[in-house]
Design a protein around this ligand. Structure first.
Ligand code: NAP
Length: 353
């Protein structure tokens, strides 16, 4: 198969770097354009980007010239990945969609737009067909959820499908990389926990109801589940840990819950997506797992790891879930959505190749 040519908006940021890492040597996609702010435009990627990942910056990418986030500058691309901050994404993503691009976005700007799918492929791949109803003139926008919502919904979807969720309490411990390259300073984070992440609790509550809802033509009928979320920034580098208590219909035992989590493969079994983990949810039985440093790379960073599944005296069942915020919760989730678009025949090539 001839590879799709892809551009990255926000290529110099933390998620942009993770996208480059995930796209180097990808069988279906090749990087054909890199864009960022006026500060970076005109420089080589190597000059513009303060690379923070442990893997090396790919050589060919380091020599590419960064452009502005302008559809004309990325005209040779079939699709663009967006790793832009929300206010910039709100302006730029519709411009690309109107110019005929598939925009596969990691930003929050359009997650709640009624005609924009919010997708975690294992959970709601069927929502992707909403793009056929979007009126952007050829292009469209697809989004993936907030990094904490992604790990949480991977653990909740199997329980919701098997039993039905009544209500939910979640308290997050979110890694510093979740705040991007301009996140909190070392002075703010070392020896500290910050019990506030702007907008995060609202996003968790709203996004779950859309992710677990049912597609109705070009939109989604959201479900109504009372969710109480508490979000905290903690001094880990990568990997969001979430402590969850949930009330399920029929009050299943921890053993029954574990069995549904382990058996679940979700909606993309058989699609052959290169970034899909064999096991979307791994369950650990040790009393002290999952831990961010030990478990965030499970399934190459694409699996959610659940542990400490046990009875809860308040809501019936409690557990912890860990997922890699910058891989499954950001770049890897975006990449998986693009692979799903390609596999389901929803990704046209812009020059008709
Ligand atoms: P980041 O490290 O701050 O990167 C932001 C990127 O946007 C940079 O490439 C920056 O380019 C570019 N940019 C800033 N202002 C711009 C402008 N006016 N015009 C064009 N480009 C501009 O942020 P991030 O952590 O990668 O996050 C990117 C998006 O992903 C955000 O919407 C965030 O909420 C979301 N997200 C992040 C995570 C995570 O784990 N970090 C997880 C889920 C979702 P310059 O280098 O040129 O300034």
């Amino acid at each position: 198969m001839q590879r799709y040519r892809v551009g990255i908006l926000g290529a110099t940021g933390l998620v942009g770097q993770r996208l480059i890492e995930g796209l180097s040597n990808h069988d279906w996609f090749e990087i054909a354009g890199l864009a960022a702010s006026e500060r970076s435009a005109g420089k080589t990627y190597g000059e513009a980007c303060g690379w923070v990942l442990g893997s090396a910056m790919p050589d060919p990418v380091s020599r590419m010239t960064v452009t502005r986030c302008d559809p004309a500058a990325l005209d040779g691309c079939d699709l663009v990945f967006s790793a832009l901050d929300r206010p910039v994404a709100a302006e730029v993503e519709p411009e690309f969609a109107r110019a005929g691009f598939a925009v596969v976005s990691n930003a929050s700007a359009f997650r709640q737009a009624p005609d924009v799918p919010l997708v975690v492929p294992e959970v709601n791949a069927d929502h992707l067909a909403m793009v056929e109803h979007q009126g952007h003139g050829g292009g469209f926008i697809v989004t993936n959820p907030n990094c904490s919502a992604t790990g949480l919904v991977l653990a909740l979807a199997p329980l919701h499908r098997a039993f039905g969720i009544r209500r939910l309490f979640v308290s997050t411990m979110q890694a510093v990389s979740g705040a991007g390259t301009a996140g909190p300073s070392a002075l703010q984070m070392v020896d500290n926990v910050i019990p506030f992440i702007p907008g995060e609790e609202e996003k968790l509550e709203e996004e779950l109801s859309k992710l677990l809802g049912d597609r109705d033509g070009g939109t989604v009928r959201k479900i109504s589940i009372p969710v109480s979320a508490h979000c905290h920034r903690v001094p880990t580098i990568d990997g969001h840990l979430e402590a969850v208590s949930v009330e399920l219909e029929g009050n299943p035992s921890p053993e029954d819950a574990i069995e549904s989590l382990r058996a679940w493969r979700g909606q993309i079994e058989g699609d052959g997506l290169p970034s899909a983990p064999a096991q979307p949810v791994e369950v650990r039985m040790e009393p002290d797992r999952p831990q961010p440093r030990l478990d965030r790379d499970a399934g190459k960073g694409m699996s959610a790891v659940v542990g400490r599944v046990r009875p809860c005296p308040l809501l019936g069942l409690k557990f912890v879930v860990l997922s890699h915020n910058a891989v499954r919760g950001a770049a890897g989730g975006t990449l998986l959505n693009a692979e799903l678009l390609a596999a389901r025949g929803l990704l046209p090539r812009r020059d008709g190749r």
